[in-house]
Design a protein around this ligand. Structure first.
Ligand SMILES: Cc1cc2nc3c(=O)[nH]c(=O)nc-3n(C[C@H](O)[C@H](O)[C@H](O)COP(=O)(O)OP(=O)(O)OC[C@H]3O[C@@H](n4cnc5c(N)ncnc54)[C@H](O)[C@@H]3O)c2cc1C
Ligand SMILES: NC(=O)c1ccc[n+]([C@@H]2O[C@H](COP(=O)([O-])OP(=O)(O)OC[C@H]3O[C@@H](n4cnc5c(N)ncnc54)[C@H](O)[C@@H]3O)[C@@H](O)[C@H]2O)c1
Length: 468
């Protein structure tokens, strides 16, 4: 087996796999090193299983809003079985075959940088292999769940995103630390699948703090109606779990301790760079790898190191990691062919990544929030519309509640950001992404006629509310 390749990628998550695909399309040879499962966190312990668990809960919400339909109990065993199907029963055979078909060499083991252009791999059978890159090494090792240093928390072995998405049973009483995307989605899933009590312990005053404030407010309102106990401005000061896997007691900054059968920690992510040999090339171990818009690591001389996906900290989302990977693979291939100034660059991250939060109501957004746009110095104006007043939304179910906001750059008359909250709004997002990324002038957008009676008519209403 050759040990020299044009490109060596460490980490076969969605980002790493896409680098390999683009680099090989560009005429290069590539190897990809993966210590666990090809497909990465996304395929087995994040996006895919979480959405499989949320789908029946979402559908149950839809059914409950349409008179004449009724829903029996959700069959949790069937839902968990479908989740297992969705994660290919934690078998990556299909993904490995895909990589080999690229064609690229798949190396199962743990990779570490070992000086410039060198990757030392501890193979899964205990052996070792040293790979050398002719052109580039790409880090695509993703991120891991951060567990805050609360006394007793780590010792209590709480669930993180890994365990909750792989759950084989729903806890009777679930406590969740965090108010971000993972906390909201997984609280919704576990509660909808039958947790008797679900308590969210949120350090700040709102859910989904990175989105427009009304998004978190509407989700909190819906959670309260569903019986999820959302406690904002609540700190966790100590955790006790005398028996491994037994009852857990969470001591709070305020009020009596909370007892639960399981505790989920969803307080953000850390880059998977702690043991990656970054210091062997002059970078800080454990830190995000800073890159330029060609995905090249800025702190490394001679420009042979790249980083894509969660590990560079730009946008912790699968679709953005894959986009960065396409940029990266194309850039490496172009540079290898002598086109050092290759024009391909990451533009999308600068507009603000699109994201869908799969709660009920769904929340989706692209670009800047009103506050973010103003802070960045734009002459921004926000226009809001009540989604429930759109005929297409009303027809989807009784009591449809939602809201839309467009943030307009008053100087250029283009959209800087769009947020939708409401059942099923996720599929509206790509139209907004196109409008924001392509900087479509709103006077032109006026001629993009939405169909009646769809929820998309909100576009017309927003533009009318703006004054067109
Ligand atoms: C619960 C949850 C739900 C999510 N839902 C969504 C969603 O709906 N939509 C969305 O866009 N994003 C979602 N995300 C975020 C998404 O999972 C990440 O952004 C995405 O997985 C990042 O892809 P990646 O390729 O950078 O890293 P990863 O998917 O983390 O893959 C990295 C790979 O590198 C391997 N690796 C690490 N270190 C080494 C090493 N030294 N040697 C060899 N291999 C190594 C790992 O084993 C892993 O397979 C979710 C995240 C969580 C936690
Ligand atoms: N549908 C999706 O697109 C989706 C779904 C899940 C995750 N993700 C991605 O995964 C990433 C990680 O999600 P996440 O929810 O873990 O992170 P997050 O950054 O979205 O939220 C972290 C939450 O934890 C809180 N927090 C942080 N430190 C804390 C502490 N010490 N004590 C108490 N609370 C604390 C924060 O205030 C925040 O509410 C996100 O950036 C997101 O992009 C995306």
């Amino acid at each position: 087996m050759p040990d020299e390749f044009d490109v060596i990628v460490i980490g076969a998550g969605p980002a790493g796999e896409n680098v390999v695909d683009r680099a090989v399309r560009g005429g290069l040879t590539a190897a990809i090193v993966e210590e666990r499962l090809a497909g990465g966190e996304c395929a087995y312990w994040a996006c895919v299983p979480s959405k499989a668990l949320l789908r029946p809960v979402d559908l149950a919400g839809e059914v409950s809003r349409v008179p004449g339909l009724s829903l029996g109990e959700i069959d949790v065993a069937a839902v968990l079985a479908r989740r297992d199907e969705a994660v290919s029963r934690y078998d990556d055979g299909g993904q490995v075959r895909w990589i080999e078909g690229v064609p690229a060499e798949f190396v199962r083991g743990r990779g570490r940088l070992d000086g410039p252009k060198r990757v030392r791999v501890t193979l899964s059978d205990g052996g070792e292999r040293v790979l050398t890159a002719r052109q580039a090494v790409v880090l695509a090792t993703g991120s891991t769940a951060a567990v805050p240093p609360v006394p007793g928390l780590a010792e209590a072995k709480p669930w993180t995103s890994h365990e909750v998405t792989a759950a084989t049973a729903v806890p009777e009483r679930l406590a969740v630390i965090g108010g971000g995307v993972v906390a909201c989605e997984m609280a919704q899933a576990m509660h909808g699948l039958g947790a008797r009590t679900t308590t969210m312990l949120v350090r700040g005053g709102v859910l989904l703090g990175r989105m427009e404030p009304f998004a978190g407010e509407m989700v909190a309102e819906s959670f309260a109606e569903a019986g999820i106990d959302v406690r904002t401005n609540t700190g966790v000061v100590r955790v006790e779990r005398p028996e491994p896997g037994g009852k857990v007691t969470v001591h709070l900054s305020d009020g009596p301790p909370l007892e639960a059968d399981e505790l989920l920690v969803a307080t953000g992510r850390e880059p998977a760079t702690g043991d990656l040999g970054l210091s062997s090339v002059g970078l800080a171990d454990g830190a995000y790898v800073e890159v330029d818009d060609s995905m090249r690591a800025t702190g490394v001389p001679e420009g042979w190191l790249y980083a894509v996906g969660d590990v560079n900290g730009r946008a912790l989302l699968t679709h953005m990691g894959k986009y960065q990977a396409r940029v990266c693979g194309d850039v490496i291939a172009a540079r290898a062919g002598g086109d050092e100034l290759c024009a391909m660059r990451d533009l999308a991250d600068h507009y603000g990544a699109p994201q869908v939060v799969f709660t009920d109501p769904q929340v989706c957004a692209v670009g800047r929030t009103e506050e973010g746009a103003k802070k960045a110095g734009f002459h921004a104006r926000a226009v809001d519309y009540d989604l429930g007043s759109v005929t297409g939304a009303y027809l989807l179910g009784d009591g449809y509640r939602g809201r839309a906001r467009a943030v307009v750059d008053e100087d250029r008359r283009v959209l800087l950001g769009v947020t939708f909250v409401g059942p099923g709004v996720g599929e509206l997002l790509h139209a907004a992404t196109i409008a924001v990324t392509a900087e479509v002038p709103i006077d032109r957008l006026w001629h993009a006629v939405p169909s009646f009676p769809t929820v998309s008519e909100v576009w017309l209403r927003l533009l009318e509310a703006y004054g067109l």
